[in-house]
Design a protein around this ligand. Structure first.
Ligand SMILES: C[S@@+](CC[C@H](N)C(=O)[O-])C[C@H]1O[C@@H](n2cnc3c(N)ncnc32)[C@H](O)[C@@H]1O
Length: 281
């Protein structure tokens, strides 16, 4: 019998997964500087997936409250799209880290192409280890759809607290199973965790997790309707459109791993998304 239970993500393997996804997207024309879900403010919003992805970054920008004098850490920075948007919209300096070497190469190239090499620097690193930054060195930390790959959330958030300056904000999204929790969870959630090397957060423990890390909670929101559920619907629509082969739409999100396709989660209301804001006291 094959064991289909998700295993605990290992950073080096997560790095290889994103190396592969980045190379594939660069070569098949599906490259997107954002590697995350979209955010639609209202059910009748007609924003495209690309606009909705930028909208999610803009929500992070509002919540971080940064300006041209700020230094922002982008934890799990992808290929730099969100970080470069922070630079462009606020003038803040951004340092990003990702476990994928390929993403870091790409992010630094995009920063140079945008003329932001002096404001944005991306480096390879494992956010589940001690972060290579001094205490209190950042005014804000953003973790956009990255902490789900870091099973030791406690270690990560404790380090985030250490590198934040007093009053500095953390904004993150995370995935969790929505209530009522089923005795057997939807198979699409296991496929997601296995294929994308992720774990689901425990929402009941999230406030305590932040407090144990030394952070003060400012807000925790279930944004499933605005993000994951709507993203699933939009991808399904794209896949159904005659002139777009489903395989290409599946890759739009860089979710091109053999074992997982966004349609596995289409309409799965149990697959939730949290938007969390906290600060270092
Ligand atoms: C879904 S992507 C999100 C990328 C980016 N935040 C964005 O929104 O475009 C997840 C990111 O988390 C990073 N990541 C996962 N585990 C990591 C770890 N242990 N240390 C550093 N980065 C990690 C991946 O390399 C990838 O860049």
């Amino acid at each position: 019998m094959t064991d289909t239970a998700p295993s605990i993500p290992v950073p080096a393997a997560v790095g290889e997964l994103y190396d592969r996804l980045t190379r594939t997207a660069m070569s098949d024309g599906t490259f997107n500087p954002n590697v995350h879900i979209g955010y639609w403010d209202t059910p009748d919003s007609e924003a495209t997936i690309e606009e909705a992805m930028d909208r999610l970054t803009d929500i992070f920008i509002d919540r971080m409250g940064v300006d041209g004098s700020s230094h922002v850490l982008d934890l799990g920075c992808g290929v730099g799209g969100p970080g470069l948007r922070v630079v462009a919209h606020t003038g803040a300096r951004v340092t990003g880290i990702s476990i994928s070497e390929e993403q870091i190469r790409t992010a630094n190239q995009l920063a140079a192409d945008a003329g932001f090499a002096d404001r944005a620097a991306f480096r390879h690193g494992d956010a589940m280890k001690r972060l290579p930054f001094a205490d209190g060195s950042f005014d804000a930390v953003m973790a956009l759809e990255s902490i789900c790959h870091m099973p030791d959330r406690q270690q990560v958030l404790t380090e985030v607290c250490r590198v934040l300056a007093p009053g500095g904000r953390l904004v993150l999204t995370d995935v969790f199973e929505r209530a009522p929790r089923k005795p057997v969870r939807h198979p699409g959630i296991d496929t997601f965790c296995r294929g994308l090397m992720a774990t689901m957060a425990d929402i009941d423990d999230y406030v305590a997790l932040l407090h144990r890390s030394g952070l003060r909670l400012r807000g925790i929101l279930d944004v499933t309707e605005q993000t994951t559920l709507r993203t699933g619907r939009e991808l399904a629509k794209l896949a159904a459109a005659e002139d777009r082969p489903a395989a290409m739409d599946e890759r739009n999100f860089l979710f091109s791993d053999d074992a997982f396709h966004p349609s596995d989660l289409a309409g799965v209301e149990d697959f939730g998304c949290l938007l969390v804001t906290a600060e270092r006291p």
